[in-house]
Design a protein around this ligand. Structure first.
Ligand code: AMP
Length: 308
């Protein structure tokens, strides 16, 4: 059974549905990817690596991981911390705004739980995925241990996968981000950047610019997302441009890239060729952006994906 680890943070998502009512869900970029991978490729072991607390919300979140059939052997429980929270509000023009409470979340401590047994388990995987958000969430004093673990996993033959997913407010400075991203690109076997994410950091404007920027790192598989425009891939030296059918009725683009990542990686772990992986991933992203929230209801998602 193929196995992939997703390291990062899952949060409590609160969505205002009218003046007085909040809808509760769980979401976070790597978690979203893990869920969509598992829904499309049930035979792959999709494992979430994170830290929660021991509170009631943490227990519900863990229960949700199990319901989504994710591996939870590396979901740690911090004795004092609790999960992060974000609140989404949509104004009368349909514009969404996000408010976060995540500075002191349990997930920031995940690397503290690493020990030789945990590293052995991670080393037994086929892939290890982390994002720019994962990197920002790991506390700066734990970064050395994190990068050391990446070296160990690489040496063990685990494919390292990185999505830059840049969120300015999670970083102290652009210089700090660039320094960490350089390390990530140097270790990545696969990267799945979005053009928009890298614009601010590297002054890139197009998929071609992103490709040029990444060409120095020796990354074997580069998958560049650009919303409804196109996807550019460079894999094993072969360059391909894939057209995307734009969705007419976009409801909520939250987690489009996450769904794309999860399904793409599931397809690649299943030995599907790059073009097929992109088609499946783009289909999943298109389904997700026609529904509200990061995680589309399972029945709706599975029905929409059944004909692919
Ligand atoms: P993004 O993170 O915005 O680059 O989007 C990730 C993926 O979601 C893209 O590569 C597309 O496959 C899909 N996607 C995003 N926006 C649209 C759209 N308007 N229509 C169809 N697919 C989209």
């Amino acid at each position: 059974m193929k196995k992939i680890f997703f390291l990062g943070e899952c949060m409590l998502e609160l969505r205002a549905i009218d003046g007085t009512t909040l809808n509760q869900a769980f979401a976070g970029d790597v978690y979203n990817s893990a869920v969509y991978l598992k829904r499309c490729f049930n035979s792959i072991n999709s494992v979430i690596v994170t830290a929660l607390g021991t509170d009631a919300i943490s227990q519900k979140m863990r229960h949700c991981f199990v319901e989504e059939q994710l591996g939870t052997q590396l979901v740690f429980a911090h004795a004092e911390k609790v999960p992060g929270v974000y609140y989404i509000e949509t104004d009368e023009h349909g514009e969404r705004s996000f408010t976060y409470w995540r500075n002191d979340s349990a997930a920031r401590k995940v690397i503290d739980f690493y020990n030789p047994t945990v590293i052995d388990e991670l080393a037994s995987g086929d892939m290890f995925f982390f994002s720019g958000i994962s990197l920002a969430v790991i506390e700066p004093n734990a970064r050395a241990a994190f990068w050391q673990s990446i070296d160990t996993l690489k040496a063990a033959g685990v494919k390292i996968v990185f999505d830059p997913n840049y969120r300015a407010r999670l970083w102290q400075s652009i210089e700090e981000t660039k320094q960490q991203y350089a390390l990530a690109f140097q270790s990545a076997d696969i990267t799945l950047p979005g053009v928009e994410d890298l614009q601010v950091l590297y002054a890139v404007e197009s998929v071609e610019d992103v490709l040029a920027h990444l060409s120095n790192y020796g990354i074997n598989e580069i998958v560049i997302k650009n919303g409804p425009e196109s996807v550019l891939t460079l894999a094993d030296g072969q360059l391909d441009r894939h057209t995307i059918t734009p969705v007419e009725n976009v409801v909520d683009t939250t987690s489009a890239g996450d769904a794309f990542n999860g399904v793409y990686l599931g397809a690649r772990l299943s030995a599907l060729p790059v073009s097929e992986a992109v088609n499946k991933a783009a289909k999943a992203a298109a389904v997700v952006i026609q529904q509200p929230g990061a995680i589309t209801a399972k029945t709706i998602f599975n029905r929409a994906m059944a004909d692919t």
